[in-house]
Ligand binder design. Structure first.
Ligand code: MN
Length: 436
């Protein structure tokens, strides 16, 4: 992915709120929205400053060139799948024309102003109809921290450094930012108990992850090569893969997570395109004393710019903090560039057996953790399996999450010489379990 004029730091929008916001003119992420509490149809939009460009209205107003009509028509739909399936040249053309129309001095300013909706007057749907959801395990720091809890002498299983590990997740329970869900109920078995009981989860946790949306799919039987992998990726978002650790510990062997994960997942409304992320790519490397990837998971482009320098933050607001008027408090900050496996490796590996990926499929990166205590992306790691608690600034403690807690993920990219871009947020609140 090369840089172009849409990334230029000197580019300014005529919309004043765009400067220094999460959504400057260099970002232009796509989502699905409508006016809050309305009966309007959900439709495609692009975030700019504190507003959303209603793409259907903008198209009808004549903001875009005639040649783009078939592309713009796909953005009238209530999910982005058809647009995603068109491929990167279509996404890039919409971005280029919108960037020009939103720029200072653009002749389209007056007509585009009437197509803006304030974000605080909008509500969102899932950006895509997510056919399949696959969650990876791409942070070696997370895998090591979690592995240590179960196998102190041998935290990493031998396949970890060769295979981008993943499991097939559940897409029906993925919801967009701002929802709430009931604490799950499931089989729990204490280590010293003879038999499990059915009860509300006591060890509810978040997972700080990157969401990866597939754009153009591949035919069944046709693998995607690593150098073509990113042509099949529409963009990135935030993903909280809520996890019931006690249900998970009892059920996960031998086939992996099941009901411990399928009760809820939260995504952010906006998808930041791979093109918008071009300035924030960084080198990927594998330490010399680690196994080097097999050829289908390796390439010069990967080594040169396969990683994404994306800051990831998770914060908590407890019911008491809400009562006290306290803002959410950061629990951890990590960076996706430290991931052991990259987006392109996940795509190449997922399809190497001929599995067909489809537009709107979602990958989770796996919990992104760094090496320091304040960079771990789950409470399971922060509390070493529940052995310690985390103390918040108002004196409250958490080992795992309690009813009423709100967990918010945020993300952003910044680099000297480029505009900082944000991902918005993925936030959700825990409700009490439904009584048995
Ligand atoms: Mn996960």
């Amino acid at each position: 992915m090369t840089l172009n004029q849409t990334h230029d730091l000197s580019l300014k929008s005529w919309l004043a709120s765009a400067d220094n916001s999460a959504f400057p003119i260099q970002n232009l992420p796509f989502g699905i929205f409508r006016r809050k509490d309305s009966n309007e149809a959900f439709r495609g939009g692009v975030a700019i400053g504190d507003s959303i460009v209603d793409l259907k209205a903008a198209h009808k107003a004549g903001v875009f060139s005639m040649a783009l009509t078939p592309v713009l028509k796909t953005l009238y739909e209530p999910q982005l799948n058809t647009f995603m399936a068109l491929g990167s040249s279509a996404w890039s053309k919409v971005r280029a024309e919108l960037s020009a129309a939103l720029s200072e001095g653009a002749s389209q300013q007056a007509m585009l102003e009437s197509c803006l909706i304030q974000q605080d007057k909008a509500e969102y749907a899932l950006p895509a109809r997510i056919g399949d959801y696959t969650d990876f395990y791409s942070s070696i720091h997370h895998a090591t921290n979690v592995g240590k809890l179960f196998r102190p002498d041998n935290p990493l299983l031998p396949n970890y450094q060769w295979v981008p590990i993943g499991y097939h997740g559940r897409s029906s329970s993925i919801k967009v930012d701002g929802h709430s869900f009931h604490r799950p109920v499931g089989q729990l078995k204490a280590p010293d108990a003879d038999a499990p009981v059915l009860a509300a989860c006591k060890r509810l946790d978040y997972e700080l992850e990157v969401g990866i949306y597939i754009g153009k799919g591949n035919d069944l039987g046709q693998a995607i090569s690593i150098d073509q992998a990113e042509d099949h990726v529409f963009g990135l978002s935030l993903l909280n893969d809520w996890s019931a650790r006690d249900i998970q510990a009892w059920e996960y062997q031998p086939l992996g997570p099941f009901l411990s994960k399928s009760f809820a997942s939260t995504v952010s409304p906006w998808i930041v395109t791979m093109e918008a992320l071009a300035p924030f790519r960084s080198q990927w490397h594998r330490p010399a004393d680690h196994p080097q990837p097999l050829a289908y998971l390796d390439s010069d482009v990967l080594r040169d710019q396969g990683a994404v320098d994306m800051q990831l933050e998770v914060s908590i607001q407890t019911p008491k903090m809400k009562e006290q008027g306290r803002d959410a408090e950061r629990l951890a900050l990590s960076n996706f560039k430290e991931s052991y496996w990259t987006v392109s490796q996940m795509v190449a590996h997922h399809s190497v057996n001929g599995c067909n990926l489809q537009a709107g499929d979602l990958f989770g990166s796996g919990t992104q953790s760094g090496t320091s205590k304040d960079s771990v992306g789950a409470l399971l790691e922060a509390t070493e399996g529940g052995k310690h608690s985390v103390t918040l600034s108002n004196g409250e403690q958490r080992t795992f999450l309690e009813d009423g807690d709100t967990i918010t993920l945020q993300g952003w990219c910044e680099r000297d010489g480029f505009a900082k871009i944000g991902f918005g947020q993925a936030s959700a609140t825990i409700l009490p379990a439904i009584s048995q």
